[in-house]
Design a protein around this ligand. Structure first.
Ligand SMILES: *Cc1c(COP(=O)(O)O)cnc(C)c1O
Length: 390
């Protein structure tokens, strides 16, 4: 017989015990099946579009594969724990689907204040919505705290990204979140570049965190996924409803791959950040390089802020080729170990001249190359850059 009263989900991770774990333990331990005899070490991949269910459909009980999927839950528990949220994350079919869901929290016609160097997909999304009359966009230089605060009166949402993509500017998240709340605005932070291992925006005052899971969290350039995290039950219920109604859901296999990738996040980040620091320092001295942007460099304009709010400086950096677009483009043709490709956060090192995208902000220098440092040997990566810069 089926008991029609809602039951709490079986706790897959025993996560109450996880709150005290360091993040490098949490990435390994969170989202595991219950510790019972003969339990598998890893959660199974469940391939089912529907679930046996009798009687009234109850929220929180599995009934259909667009609303619930046990294959999402281990990753959602793990990411919620890592962001120090009180609720599990929500997995989406892509980072952009997660961003779309977060933007759907805006009232019709509401104003969103957004960094002018945000991820270009986010900027395209808000400007397209603006052109349909759904919202109003105010772009800001997010490193200029006073300018952001001045833009807040009347805004319904402050969108944050720090470091910004690809200019590596650092926003003062806690100060801006407080000012946004005073103005009655919701604060959303895209934490893709940092992951919760380097920055936890909810602790800095953000209401909602979005991720492109495609990047560091999954980490192997083999899936496209996104996630939203919040500790606010009402906001989470609205985001969940958006996911269920609009249907931007993850596949079971992709969710499993993301959890598998998450297991090594801490060691991948340690390794790639150490290499990024080394490369940034050496590039800053190279005669064919006019400027390096990396918050880990002591003379970077964002260094002090980044040191205060992050647990590391990450492994994305940007530099400008002396001579502009042409030598930068040629570098991407000459590299042999670095892969010329868009995206970031995988084990393989990628290089891209950002202005090759027509939609990239015109304030991004034409000769700017974004590096996503992977986990290859640091000297091999340096040698390849040197030969390509020659
Ligand atoms: C890639 C990326 C996104 C978009 O995520 P997708 O998974 O490609 O949809 C959003 N924000 C940032 C910072 C990104 O790097």
């Amino acid at each position: 017989m089926t008991d029609p009263t809602p039951q709490p989900r079986p706790d897959q991770s025993g996560d109450a015990a996880h709150v005290d774990l360091a993040p490098d333990s949490l990435v390994v331990a969170a989202g595991r099946p219950e510790r019972v005899e003969e339990a598998p070490v890893n959660p199974p991949i469940v391939l089912s579009s529907t679930y046996r269910s009798v009687g009234p459909v109850q929220p929180g009980r599995r009934s259909y594969g667009r609303s619930e999927n046990p294959s999402w839950e281990p990753f959602e528990e793990a990411l919620g724990d890592l962001e120090h949220a009180s609720l599990p994350a929500l997995l989406f079919s892509s980072g952009m689907a997660a961003i779309d869901a977060a933007l759907s929290l805006l009232p019709l016609g509401g104003t969103v204040v957004i960094p002018r160097h945000s991820y270009q997909g986010s900027l395209v999304a808000v400007h397209e919505s603006e052109s349909r009359g759904h919202l109003t966009v105010v772009e800001v230089d997010v490193a200029d705290t006073d300018a952001v605060i001045a833009a807040l009166p009347g805004a319904a949402m402050l969108w944050l990204e720090s470091p910004t993509n690809p200019m590596m500017e650092i926003a003062e998240i806690a100060v801006l979140a407080r000012a946004a709340h005073d103005a009655g605005a919701l604060v959303v932070t895209d934490n893709t570049f940092c992951t919760p291992l380097l920055q936890r925006p909810l602790e800095l005052g953000a209401d909602v965190v979005v991720h492109s899971v495609t990047k560091y969290l999954a980490g192997h350039s083999d899936v496209v996924l996104g996630a939203v995290v919040t500790s606010d039950a009402e906001l989470r219920a609205r985001l969940l409803r958006t996911r269920t109604v609009r249907g931007a859901i993850a596949g079971s296999f992709e969710a499993w791959l993301a959890l598998r990738g998450l297991r090594t996040l801490a060691v991948r980040l340690d390794r790639s950040e150490a290499t990024a620091r080394l490369l940034a320092t050496r590039l800053a001295e190279h005669p064919a390089v006019s400027r390096v942007r990396y918050p880990g460099l002591p003379d970077d304009p964002g260094h002090a802020r980044a040191a205060a709010q992050m647990d590391g400086f990450g492994s994305i950096l940007a530099f400008e080729a002396a001579g502009g677009a042409q030598p930068a483009e040629e570098l991407t043709e000459r590299v042999r170990l670095w892969l010329p490709a868009t995206s970031l956060g995988g084990v393989e090192s990628l290089v891209e001249r950002r202005r090759r995208h027509e939609t990239e902000a015109p304030t991004v220098p034409p000769g700017l190359l974004r590096l996503s440092v992977g986990i290859e040997n640091a000297e091999d990566l340096w040698a390849d850059l040197v030969q390509a810069l020659a």
